[in-house]
Ligand binder design. Structure first.
Ligand SMILES: [Fe+2]
Length: 159
């Protein structure tokens, strides 16, 4: 793709703000998911990832700040869709708890896949733009997302 440095950087900033908004949507939703599931292992995994998610949001804020940008201003529509699906499942009071938990774990896997691709592409852009420190921070978050996905896959196999 032929892109000027300026449009590449603008796209990178947009990706970072989009991720920041995605992480903040998750910070609001994960406690509701943790409350709704009936497995203590799933609850523990979600709460652990909630703490990581808060750090990931801080990392994005830091990267943007170092580039003289604020973190707000973009809404992540992809995450909005994924999070509203989780909200709908939580509201299904008729759903047996085991099935509800299984569906929320599967929803969590979808979310992790989405975030993994977003962090991979943001880290790649950071490297291309010569922003090694930003790339390192993004890769740190990427590794956490990959680990969280693995945990959810293991839990899904047990349910
Ligand atoms: Fe995340």
């Amino acid at each position: 793709m032929a892109m000027t440095l300026d449009s590449h950087e603008k796209l990178f900033i947009h990706e970072l703000k989009d991720l920041y908004n995605a992480e903040n949507q998750l910070i609001k939703t994960l406690p509701k998911v943790a409350k709704a599931v009936n497995s203590s292992e799933v609850k523990t995994a979600i709460n652990k990832h909630l703490a990581e998610t808060k750090e990931q949001a801080k990392r994005l804020e830091r990267i943007l700040k170092e580039m003289d940008y604020g973190a707000s201003g973009v809404k992540c529509l992809g995450m909005e869709g994924l999070v509203s699906e989780a909200d709908e499942i939580i509201k299904e009071k008729e759903l047996p708890k085991d099935l509800l938990t299984e569906t929320l774990v599967s929803g969590g896997q979808k979310i992790e896949h989405y975030e993994i691709v977003a962090y991979q592409s943001a880290a790649k852009a950071a490297r291309e733009l010569g922003k090694g420190h930003a790339a390192d921070l993004l890769e740190q978050s990427l590794a956490e997302e990959q680990k969280a996905l693995l945990t959810l896959e293991e839990l899904a196999a047990q349910i």
